[in-house]
Design a binder for this molecule. Structure first.
Ligand code: SF4
Ligand code: MSK
Length: 664
């Protein structure tokens, strides 16, 4: 820290003098680091969110800046009947804003999927040093799903054909995405009827951008329905390709023990943080840190070894396949650097924020960008462009630079908190753990939902947002759902949050309701299952389709007593995920900051009643955690009643003592 920076710290506070760090997070490790950031005068996403109030017009979707006749804002007391200069109504403006979030979010996941497909192609052609197909069984399965004849072909030939077909899905102009065939028959027929079956991943994104260009589609219902089509290309296209091809390349996850939170940073080893979303370079970095010559090099500069940890979904990708411990979810990216103990933070794409560059300037940390799509300017930033054909070379250079940086370390402050966890419940593993290795099956799951021991299924997913108390919603909702016999699966930052508080450990069983506990104890799994990163929400679509196929719980995803919840969303990607889950038949609840189209009650209503009539799924924005749980359980019970499998039951309400224990 320079003298100038130290001086700047003297009058620094969080922007709101009344705010303390524990108002901003339920995580003691984060609170501790926020106090230190405040003392050192370092701004964070938390402090900047407190200083900068969100624009209320933009936050509610009522600002249009599509053309130079505007920007137009539909706000104020006289907003009734007001339009933009072109005559666009509030509904049209808000719907276009929402649709463009879907298009951008879908693009991010799908472009990730495209890169994984290119990697598989290069591996098939022997172009990537040190990398080969890891899961040949999954390769064969995906090949069959794509209609590829595999008889008599070797692994490389099959991998090459799978990669070619996957890549063709992006530019396909007509027809239907191949993975959409994994959906229940009834769902596929519904999509065809409504004309929302995704055709080509890129085409549907482009069409949605065209549709929402100024002076084009100005019927909000039509715009929102087209958003579903585009998002389906993400869920059943780009994201599913990312998930399945990553399994082929890096291995299909199986349960692995690890730990989460800032306490996984080491006081005496070289700490390297991998952050972002893509698994290619990071998985090679894992190998590089384990090389004896690298460990020797670390020892030669006075370190006890090399410690690799993760943030966000790069963390999830490497946690579930290699056991790499996450140092935290999205809001921990700056906090991990503020520990002073990070020699290098290596980033790829998505959820990697520019504020990192300034934070890194206060410390010795090297911020290393590696993707041609994601550069950051800054004195402490180094760009190492990864040649995807030679990732080992790049990984070794990165690890070496981190090691060489160790002697530059100053004071460190690492919180001690960690949560023990088990991660890596792929959909394949879920089938094996329920049915056994010889006869993998979801039958026991369906039977226990039908007999009521498991009341329903919930996917709790998504981000952190500094405008809502970090992790409070995620922890509260997960705890209440399992207490009410709802089996939870978690992905993304919600998965890491669950890990930080021990919710992914078998000991969580004590919080589960009696019925759920009975089932889980028999199978030997925790009540909250880590199923992966953000693109791995596609695993949930696959599992739900397989549950329908297994029988006894209706004919479509919309019949299942299942729910999706994103308690603390911030990203356009989360909006895309919500939209493809709704279009797949799920009730999805978003918490935290509220609806991005709150200015239009008509639009909000269409996303609930209109979408439910059309696709059987709906999207609601509810801020109160209790109300989210109540709505989730009501929906689960209503679905059970419709399936005629309901048994009357009381909701387990949390008393004061349980709440105090939750501390949220
Ligand atoms: Fe205003 Fe219409 Fe242009 Fe939007 S498209 S900025 S509402 S004139
Ligand atoms: S990383 S999109 S903050 S979940 Fe997938 Fe976390 Fe949300 Fe990024």
């Amino acid at each position: 820290m320079t003298d100038e920076q130290r001086k700047a710290s003297e009058d620094f506070t969080y922007g709101c003098e009344l705010c303390t760090s524990s108002d901003l997070t339920v995580d003691p490790a984060a609170a501790e680091m926020l106090t230190i950031a405040d003392e050192l005068g370092i701004s964070t996403m938390f402090s900047r969110a407190a200083e900068m109030k969100p624009c209320p017009i933009g936050a509610e979707g009522a600002c249009c800046k599509l053309c130079a006749m505007g920007p137009c804002r539909i706000s104020g007391k006289d907003k009734e009947g007001k339009t933009g200069v072109c005559g666009a109504t509030l509904e049209t403006i808000a719907a276009r804003n929402f649709a463009r979030m879907v298009a951008a979010g879908s693009s991010a996941h799908s472009d990730h999927g495209r890169d994984v497909a290119f990697t598989l192609k290069a591996v098939a052609e022997g172009e990537i040093e040190g990398m080969r197909v890891t899961d040949e069984v999954k390769l064969a399965k995906v090949a069959r799903d794509f209609g590829i004849e595999i008889e008599g072909k070797d692994v490389s030939a099959i991998a090459g054909e799978v990669a070619d077909v996957a890549l063709s899905q992006f530019g396909q102009q007509t027809g239907e995405l191949l993975f959409a065939r994994r959906a229940p028959e009834k769902r596929q027929a519904l999509w065809r009827n409504l004309g929302i079956t995704p055709r080509g991943i890129d085409r549907d994104v482009v069409e949605l951008l065209h549709r929402t260009n100024a002076g084009n589609d100005q019927d909000y219902e039509d715009i929102l329905d087209a958003s579903m089509k585009c998002a389906l290309g993400d869920g059943w296209g780009g994201s599913m390709i990312a998930t399945d091809l990553s399994d082929i390349l890096f291995g299909t996850p199986e349960p692995v023990r690890s730990a989460a939170n800032l306490g996984v940073l080491s006081p005496d080893q070289v700490n390297i943080v991998i952050h972002g979303h893509e698994p290619l370079l990071s998985s090679v970095i894992v190998q590089s840190t384990r090389k004896p010559e690298m460990i020797e090099l670390a020892k030669s500069v006075g370190a006890a070894g090399i410690n690799l940890v993760g943030i966000c979904c790069t963390a999830n990708e490497n946690l579930m396949r290699q056991g790499v411990p996450p140092a935290g979810n999205m809001l921990h990216q700056e906090l991990s650097i503020i520990t002073g103990a990070v020699e290098a933070m290596v980033v790829d794409v998505q959820c990697v924020f520019q504020g990192l560059a300034r934070t890194a300037e206060y410390f010795h940390t090297k911020l290393i960008t590696t993707s041609e799509k994601a550069h950051i300017k800054g004195d402490g930033v180094v760009h190492i462009q990864v040649d995807e054909h030679r990732p080992v070379q790049a990984a070794d250079e990165i690890v070496r630079r981190a090691i060489e940086n160790f002697p530059n370390r100053g004071d460190i402050h690492i919180p001690t908190e960690t949560g023990q966890l088990i991660a890596g419940f792929s959909h394949e593993y879920i089938r094996h753990m329920l049915g056994g290795k010889m006869r993998a099956s979801l039958r026991p799951l369906n039977d226990n939902v039908m007999n009521g021991r498991i009341r329903g299924l919930a996917a709790v997913v998504g981000c952190n947002n500094p405008r809502t108390k970090q992790d409070a919603g995620i922890v509260h909702i997960v705890r209440e759902l399992i207490a009410n016999d709802v089996l939870c699966v978690v992905t993304g930052c919600a998965a890491i949050a669950s890990g930080k508080y021990g919710l992914l450990a078998p000991e969580t069983m004590e919080y589960a309701g009696d019925g759920l506990r009975e089932v889980l104890e028999t199978v030997g799994i925790p009540p909250v299952l880590h199923v992966g990163s953000c693109v791995d929400n596609s695993r949930i679509l696959t599992v739900l389709s397989e549950v329908v196929e297994e029988g006894g719980l209706g004919e479509d995803i919309s019949d299942l007593p299942a729910i999706g919840i994103c308690p603390e969303w911030f990203s356009e990607k989360a909006i895309a995920i919500a939209t493809y889950c709704v279009a797949s038949g799920a009730y999805v609840i978003f918490g935290g900051v509220g609806s991005p189209v709150a200015a239009s009650l008509e639009l909000m209503d269409y996303m609930i009643t209109g979408w439910e009539e059309r696709v059987g799924g709906k999207l609601a924005f509810i801020q109160d955690h209790e109300a989210i749980v109540a709505s989730a359980l009501d929906t689960i019970d209503a679905k059970r009643a419709a399936l005629k499998i309901d048994a009357p039951r009381e909701r387990v309400l949390f008393d004061m003592e349980m709440r105090r224990e939750l501390d949220v």
